[in-house]
Design a protein. Structure first.
Length: 994
């Protein structure tokens, strides 16, 4: 068995050598290896593949590779679906992949790698029909490719951005291009071509917050910029990339947003939006940083040195483009301003060639001053010289030919023959080589100035005489001035020696203090009784800076006051400190040259004054409220009687607006002429110490109506006790005065009317009682008849007075009912028929109201008609007629141009249907001046005749009262010796109630 043993030993040695080869070569190869049998089961994997995938061979040997892909391995890849579809397709179709790249994601047991997959068949041996899969690590190659791609992308982005800038430069020639358009275009290119996740450009603001305002943006942002609140101040929110770049003027890159401690304020928002690195590039000029370009990448460490260099070049190109745009817009704005200036100024701007043979430009003012069109000058440049006055033309032509710079005055003649004086200034315009190639100038119409100079010349001759006179006066004045200056110097010396007195004055300044401070805000003097109340000590303040010794809250309220004084401003303000109110006043202190060398602040505690003022203002508000709402007249006059104040009720009563009479004279505007002198005397007397403050007079309203006013006057005095005017409160007593006068007249009339019958009764009874007349005699019977008739008249008079009083006082309530018009007329005629027959007067009834009813008090309406019929019968001649008429119409149908006599105001409702009753006679008639007064108490056309006919003088007054209580009107139309017509008008729609 020796040979067999030797063969076995040789086999073991061969296997050992093979195993060593496998371990030393295949297992540690740089290529990861999968060996699969014909059924796609894993036969063997090397150690390199274990490291690539983070798996252990004992876990997968013997397992179906397809199951491994579906259950586990596919989750290792960045694009698992593509890997699974590609590899499994080769299994399903028994094909082999020669080149397939896959991206392994990092985990705790593996690194991130790029692998190249290659498979090939096993055509012999134990695993014939199987396959070997190779995974080669190509991470370095992919990294180089990515770096190359990034650089190409950056170059492409830079190129497109530069093209956008160049395009913007070209487009400004034909149209307006704005900075925001260019910036937005660049941001779009950076995101769309450069592949950055977000790009935005912010402008650096020179405000107190040192903020940065986004002007353009592109990419995935989702409200990120609204939450930045970036500043370029050296604070937490100013230490990010943007704020740092703006503050330092240097590029600032955060290669890892998630770990950089300065990105804390924005990290959460940035992480949510997929930002992993950020860079900020300043856009700056010689004056400093004016904007910042900001880029964000979804990868950490995304910006290498090469890309940073390209981005720096881009920021410089963007800066150039913005400056070019701003320069263009400034130039365009300057040209527009020049155009507006030349086309709207009164002066003539002109430009010619150097040889004057062509007019290049002349402004529109040329046409107004020269009287010629611009076009005519363009066509014939020589017309410019031809328009010059012949006497001035040679001189001007010579100067124009010999000098480019001139300052001339000359005359021109307009086509209409008028002469104008011109002040013309010209200057040369040089080309790039320093050669004159154009001329320009400004011509001004100085005709008015020349005329003024001529006037001044003649005036100067007179002034020379006055100058000689004033010279002597000035010499005397100089002497006095010298004495005053010497006195002033002595005074200043005394003032400089009065520092102690000044401090004494400051120390006794009431409820306040005075602060003097130098230009470094250091107190030189701080003294006054008010310091202690504020918790301050003058000794501790003097020599110290204000921000070192003043409490923080007091400094915050007063610091601007100190600053104002040192910049030359005088400031007065009030501040509240420790629940007290102080008045501060700051003034600059200047030396003899007018320069500010220090400041002074005067402080005074005005808490008590403020409280007093508030009390006074409240009192004034209450008084003003009272004056504005009281139903009395309130007027303020100065000593001359000019109106200084009227309250709303005064304006309401007089019909004037307050603005119409404030400042007007009281006597000229509101006092009737017949009472002016009397009221003026009463006003002047009232201003004296012994004057009567109470008087009454008539006031004239805007409509011409006179009002009777009872005044209570108060004299007004100024702080010196001098009389400055009056404040008067008045009550409108017009109605009361009229009632009192009516009462007096009534008493007078009634006493007279009562006295007449009483005298007859008294006289008759005396005759009978003394036996002078026998009662049984014919004379005695006549006396008795007279007394009886007088008694009856007295009874009627008293009854009429009582009834009128009850009517006007409302004691009689109307008992309204439906009344047929024809029935009312019938009753009235029946009651008056006997009286008419005795007087041989015919009563005629004419009515056009058949079937019409209205609501009224039947007895009272019958009383009105019978009273009017009685009067018509009494004053009609025998054989004449009295006509009673009722029609349906409106008052305007009967009045014509004459308004009815009635105290009620006219209303448009009078144009609606009404019942109109008329009683017409052809008797003696009524004078025109009595047509209205006869409706008043005891007013009669002929009192003696009326008494003889049994009248009391109250009948028409009673009629008017009854008609008015029915809401109607009554009036009369009459002509002497031709008769009268009494009319009364009642609404057919009168209410049922009384």
């Amino acid at each position: 068995i020796t040979d067999r043993k030797q063969a076995e030993a040789a086999l073991r040695e061969s296997e050992a050598r093979y195993s060593s080869l496998t371990n030393d070569v295949l297992d540690k190869s740089a290529v990861g290896i999968f060996i699969l049998d014909a059924n796609f089961k894993v036969v063997w994997v090397n150690q390199t593949l274990e490291n690539f995938f983070g798996i252990h061979r004992e876990e997968i040997i013997g397992r179906d590779k397809r199951e491994l892909i579906r259950d586990r391995i596919q989750y290792f890849f960045a694009d698992p679906q593509q890997f699974k579809d590609t590899v499994l397709a080769t299994y399903d179709h028994n094909t082999y992949t020669k080149n397939f790249e896959c991206h392994i994601l990092p985990a705790s047991d593996r690194q991130e790698r790029w692998l190249e997959h290659l498979s090939q068949p096993i055509e012999s041996g134990l695993y014939t029909g199987g396959r070997i899969e190779h995974y080669t690590d190509i991470s370095d190659r992919k990294s180089n490719e990515a770096e190359l791609h990034r650089l190409n992308r950056a170059l492409h982005t830079l190129s497109n951005c530069n093209q956008a800038i160049v395009s913007a430069m070209r487009s400004i020639i034909v149209r307006s291009t704005y900075e925001t358009d260019l910036l937005q275009n660049i941001c779009d290119i950076l995101v769309n071509l450069g592949g950055y996740r977000l790009a935005w450009i912010g402008y650096v603001q020179q405000d107190t917050e040192k903020s940065i305002t986004p002007m353009a943006k592109a990419g995935y942002e989702e409200g990120y910029l609204d939450q930045l609140h970036i500043t370029w101040a050296d604070t937490e929110r100013g230490r990010g990339p943007t704020g740092t770049a703006a503050r330092t003027g240097q590029l600032c890159a955060f290669q890892n947003i998630l770990t950089n401690p300065h990105y804390t304020p924005w990290r959460t928002q940035a992480k949510q939006r997929g930002y992993r690195s950020s860079i900020a590039l300043p856009l700056k000029t010689d004056q400093g940083v004016f904007a910042v370009l900001n880029l964000y990448s979804s990868q950490p460490d995304a910006f290498d040195a090469s890309e940073l260099q390209l981005l720096c070049e881009l920021s410089e190109d963007i800066t150039y483009g913005i400056i070019a745009l701003r320069t263009h817009h400034a130039h365009a704005e300057s040209e527009e301003k020049f155009r507006q200036l030349t086309e709207n100024t009164d002066d003539v701007f002109w430009m010619t060639t150097a040889s004057l043979d062509q007019i290049l430009y002349v402004s529109p003012a040329y046409e107004r001053i020269w009287g010629r069109t611009q076009q005519s000058l363009y066509e014939r440049p020589q017309s410019f010289v031809e328009a010059i006055h012949p006497r001035d033309r040679p001189r001007i032509s010579a100067i124009l030919q010999s000098s480019y710079t001139f300052d001339l005055e000359y005359r021109i003649r307009q086509p209409n023959g008028n002469l104008r004086w011109i002040w013309d200034r010209g200057f040369p315009i040089f080309d790039a080589n320093g050669k004159v190639y154009r001329r320009a100038g400004i011509a001004k119409d100085i005709t008015t100035r020349k005329e003024t100079e001529e006037l001044l010349r003649s005036t100067n001759e007179h002034l020379e005489v006055r100058v000689a006179q004033r010279t002597a006066e000035l010499a005397s004045a100089n002497h006095r001035l010298r004495e005053e200056l010497e006195q002033r110097q002595r005074t200043e010396t005394q003032l400089r020696n009065s520092h102690k007195q000044y401090r004494t004055l400051v120390q006794n300044f009431p409820q306040g203090a005075v602060f003097l401070f130098d230009r470094q805000f250091r107190y030189t003097i701080a003294d006054g009784v008010g310091l202690a109340a504020m918790g301050l000590d003058g000794d501790r303040l003097e020599g110290q800076l204000i921000n070192q010794v003043l409490p923080a809250d007091l400094l915050q309220n007063t610091e601007f006051i100190y600053h104002s004084a040192l910049v030359g401003q005088t400031v007065a303000t009030e501040i509240t400190y420790q629940e007290r109110t102080y008045h501060y006043r700051a003034n600059p202190l200047r030396n003899e040259q007018g320069q500010i060398f220090a400041g002074m602040v005067v402080m005074q505690d005005i808490t008590a004054q403020k409280q007093s003022k508030a009390i006074l203002e409240e009192a004034e508000r209450r008084w003003r409220t009272l004056l504005e709402n009281v139903r009395l007249l309130v007027v303020g006059l100065d000593r001359q009687g000019n109106i200084e104040y009227v309250n709303p009720f005064f304006a309401e009563l007089t019909g004037y607006k307050a603005s119409e009479i404030i400042g007007k004279n009281w006597f000229d505007t509101l006092i009737p002429a017949h009472a002016c002198s009397k009221v003026r005397r009463a006003f002047q007397a009232m201003l004296t110490p012994e004057g009567n403050p109470h008087y009454q007079h008539t006031l004239l309203t805007q409509s011409g109506e006179e009002k009777k006013i009872a005044w209570n006057n108060t004299q007004l005095h100024n702080a010196q006790g001098e009389e400055i005017g009056t404040m008067s409160i008045g009550e409108d007593i017009t109605e009361r005065y009229a009632i009192e006068r009516m009462k007096d007249e009534f008493i007078s009339v009634v006493s007279h009317e009562l006295r007449t019958p009483l005298t007859s009764i008294h006289g008759g009874l005396n005759l009978l009682s003394t036996g002078l007349v026998d009662p049984s005699s014919a004379k005695g019977k006549h006396v008795i008849d007279i007394a009886a008739e007088s008694a009856e008249r007295l009874v009627r008079l008293v009854n009429d007075i009582l009834e009128l009083e009850r009517l006007e006082s409302g004691k009689i309530r109307l008992q309204k009912q439906a009344i047929a018009v024809n029935e009312l007329l019938r009753l009235a005629v029946e009651q008056m028929q006997v009286m008419a027959s005795r007087a041989r007067v015919t009563l005629v009834v004419s009515e056009q109201t058949s079937g019409i009813e209205f609501y009224a008090d039947l007895d009272r309406m019958l009383q009105v008609l019978t009273n009017l019929l009685s009067n018509a019968i009494k004053f009609s001649d025998p054989g004449s007629q009295v006509r009673l008429t009722a029609i349906l119409g409106s008052p305007s149908d009967r009045i014509g141009d004459r308004q009815p006599y009635c105290s009620l105001p006219y209303s448009p409702c009078w144009d609606s249907p009404h019942l109109i009753f008329t009683i017409e006679d052809w008797g003696r008639g009524i004078p025109e001046d009595k047509l209205e007064s006869i409706f008043e108490r005891f007013h009669q056309v002929d009192a003696s005749d009326s008494r003889r006919k049994g009248g009391t003088g109250l009948g028409l007054a009673i009629c008017r009262s009854i008609v008015e209580q029915h809401g109607g009107r009554i009036w009369v139309e009459s002509q002497l010796n031709q008769g009268s017509r009494f009319s009364l008008c009642l609404s057919i729609y009168s209410q049922r109630e009384g």
